[in-house]
Design a protein around this ligand. Structure first.
Ligand SMILES: [Zn+2]
Ligand SMILES: [Zn+2]
Length: 233
């Protein structure tokens, strides 16, 4: 990577071998002129499910050109397909222009998602108090857990929350920082602690949960919508 940087380009780690499909033909990161930031966003947003459909469409375009096809045609079609993939991802889901990224304190575990959080809360339950070491935990909960890119090898442990539902905690085995939280009853969701974001100022708490466990010394913003336990539903 440093060799590439010496030549004046910004090197970007493309991830593990299992993620290499993101840079193959028809995906957004292939054969396109992107800046370093755009490439990072393209890699984060690459959607494996859409690749086969785009590939089929492009094969038809290649066939239409017949045997007169040139290298320029191939590059042009790939760039067009890349643009199409970006357009489709914008139409299909409300993806964020700027991904939410973050990780543990030592940097061994990193995550990124282009989804918008569906829930942002402070939680004063006993489990959050124990893990945070203070009066509450602060979380952003995202949809589409499978589409969150996680690099590094988190260690997991499970605990029944105050609600009785199992919570699966992922933490960094090197520095011990909590990096995410999953819920056995809601496998689509994944929550990250607000303080683990690269830009923690993006956290916008809307709700306070488990007010019933609040400690007198842990005063919270009284304008937050608060629930004695979890919001109903
Ligand atoms: Zn770490
Ligand atoms: Zn909690």
């Amino acid at each position: 990577m440093s060799l590439v940087e010496d030549t004046g380009f910004d090197a970007i780690d493309g991830g593990s071998l299992a993620e290499s499909w993101r840079q193959q033909p028809i995906t957004r990161a292939y054969c396109s002129e992107l800046t370093a930031d755009e490439l990072r966003a393209a890699l984060t947003a690459a959607n494996r499910m859409r690749a086969p459909q785009l590939r089929e469409e492009m094969v038809k375009e290649f066939m239409a050109l017949g045997d007169k096809i040139t290298t320029e045609d191939i590059v042009r079609l790939h760039r067009a397909a890349s643009g199409k993939a970006i357009a489709q991802s914008k139409v299909a889901e409300p993806l964020m222009n700027q991904p939410y990224t973050g990780g543990c304190a030592c940097g061994a575990i990193r995550y990124a998602t282009r989804h918008a959080p569906v829930f942002q809360n402070h939680c004063q339950c006993r489990d959050c108090q124990r893990r945070s070491g203070t009066g509450h935990g602060s979380y952003l909960t995202f949809p589409a857990r499978a589409e969150m890119t996680i690099t590094g090898e988190p260690t997991h442990w499970e605990v029944a929350g105050d609600s009785g539902n199992m919570k699966i905690h992922g933490f960094c085995p090197v520095c011990g920082t909590q990096v995410y939280l999953r819920f056995a009853a809601m496998p689509e969701l994944i929550a990250v602690p607000a303080g683990s974001l690269d830009e923690p100022g993006r956290f916008e708490p809307q709700v306070l949960t488990y007010r019933v466990r609040a400690l007198a010394w842990d005063a919270m913003d009284p304008s937050l919508q608060s629930f004695e336990r979890m919001p109903p539903g």
